[in-house]
Design a protein around this ligand. Structure first.
Ligand SMILES: [Zn+2]
Length: 120
């Protein structure tokens, strides 16, 4: 098993289901996730570290964690289908990997999930 060097160097809290990682002497901050399912893990972490009031949804890329910035639809004509450009008004692009985001069919569902996380 490799030592989680990046997490140690950056003094991050290691979230893991692998208790072995937490036994390294170099790991000073770690948390063993009790749940197996991803959504339940998020809920568990939010509650454990009391993160309910510091959410900044839709500001980071879900692929690379890069910052998102708003981008004009006129700049996206070669990258998105015309129906998407006509139907939606707000577009964001990841500054790191250039992934595009808009308030599609999942948006309302994600907002409800975030509100539920904040309430618990
Ligand atoms: Zn990205």
């Amino acid at each position: 098993m490799a030592t989680p060097l990046l997490s140690i160097q950056e003094k991050r809290i290691i979230l893991t289901r692998d208790k072995g990682i937490l036994k390294y002497a170099a790991v000073t901050h770690g948390y063993w996730l009790r749940n197996d399912e991803a959504k339940e893990q998020v809920k568990e972490v939010v509650q454990r570290f009391q993160l309910q009031h510091i959410f900044r949804p839709f500001t980071r890329c879900s692929c690379c964690n890069g910052l998102l910035q708003q981008i004009e639809s006129t700049l996206l004509q070669a990258r998105l289908p015309i129906d998407t450009l006509l139907f939606f008004n707000v577009f964001k692009e990841c500054k790191s990997c250039r992934k595009l985001y808009w308030q599609g069919s999942h948006y309302d569902h994600i907002c409800e999930w975030i509100e539920d996380l904040k309430a618990n």
